[in-house]
Design a protein around this ligand. Structure first.
Ligand SMILES: [Ca+2]
Ligand SMILES: [Ca+2]
Ligand SMILES: [Ca+2]
Ligand SMILES: [Ca+2]
Length: 268
């Protein structure tokens, strides 16, 4: 059962790598940053009620692809505001120890921008912990409480919320910005394929691809580059080097194929 990868803690605290050499670089990163999700390192407290929040992070392994009660927006919110969700779940868990599920749900709904169906999963968790782990949590200490809760209630919460790890890279779809690519997750090293490997919303030099068909030098292989290629397509002599990607002196289907293989990539 996976716990929090240490890299999760390092991502933001180390500062996001920023790759900016020119004004165009800054524009690129600014554009990417608009769509980025910030990852906050979780801080765990001693109270057993915090466990409710721990499960909510979906940091354990999860199986199955059943759509859950938490929407994409909910999952993104939990990833983005990890500490807030943890804190609220902890305080609500403490407040509602004796009152149970409805109390927990009302308490969380008042403080978090999560859908009611998603919050229902937190409520179920409260019930699960009280039913299965009350003794451990009340008398045996935090470690025993945590173990009991993870064993008995984590899988149920993940199933309820729809938290999965489809690509089995040990990061669930809460914070895995591409849960179909195991080379992409928070803390992942760059693979030079033009994708945001570490999910920080920015491109480091190690993540960017070496493109040959970024003709206009805007760090993305896109339609402008295609138009530039097509404007000289069929050229057989004296062709512009910027469109002759395979250096055979002509601009033909071979060059178009190279373009297509790089289309959409973010480039050095
Ligand atoms: Ca994953
Ligand atoms: Ca992934
Ligand atoms: Ca990145
Ligand atoms: Ca060529």
């Amino acid at each position: 059962m996976g716990r929090i990868p240490s890299s999760f803690l390092a991502v933001e605290s180390a500062g996001a790598p920023r790759w900016e050499r020119t004004p165009a670089d800054r524009q690129l990163n600014a554009r990417i940053a608009q769509q980025s999700r910030r990852i906050h390192a979780p801080a765990f407290l001693g109270s057993w009620a915090i466990l409710i929040a721990v499960w909510a992070l979906g940091l354990g392994s999860a199986a199955g692809q059943t759509p859950g009660n938490c929407s994409e927006v909910d999952l993104d919110y939990i990833c983005q505001y990890t500490e807030l969700v943890q804190g609220v779940a902890a305080s609500c868990g403490n407040q509602c120890l004796s009152e149970g599920q409805a109390c927990m749900e009302a308490c969380m709904a008042a403080q978090l921008e999560l859908s009611s169906t998603c919050i229902g999963c937190f409520g179920e968790q409260t019930t699960c912990v009280v039913q299965n782990c009350f003794f451990a949590c009340a008398f045996l200490g935090d470690a025993a409480c945590a173990e009991c809760a993870l064993t008995n209630c984590e899988a149920g919460f993940n199933a309820c919320a729809g938290i999965v790890d489809q690509d089995e890279d040990e990061w669930t779809n809460l914070c895995d910005c591409d849960d179909n690519n195991p080379l992409v997750h928070p803390g992942a090293p760059g693979t030079g394929q033009g994708v945001d490997n570490n999910c920080n919303g920015l491109f480091s030099p190690a993540e960017l691809a070496e493109c040959t068909s970024d003709v206009n030098g805007d760090n993305i292989v896109g339609t402008e580059d295609l138009l530039s290629l097509l404007s000289v397509f069929g050229c057989t002599s004296g062709c512009p080097a910027s469109a002759d990607f395979n250096d055979d002196g002509m601009v033909t289907a071979g060059d178009l194929l190279i373009f297509l293989s790089e289309f959409g990539m973010y480039c050095l």
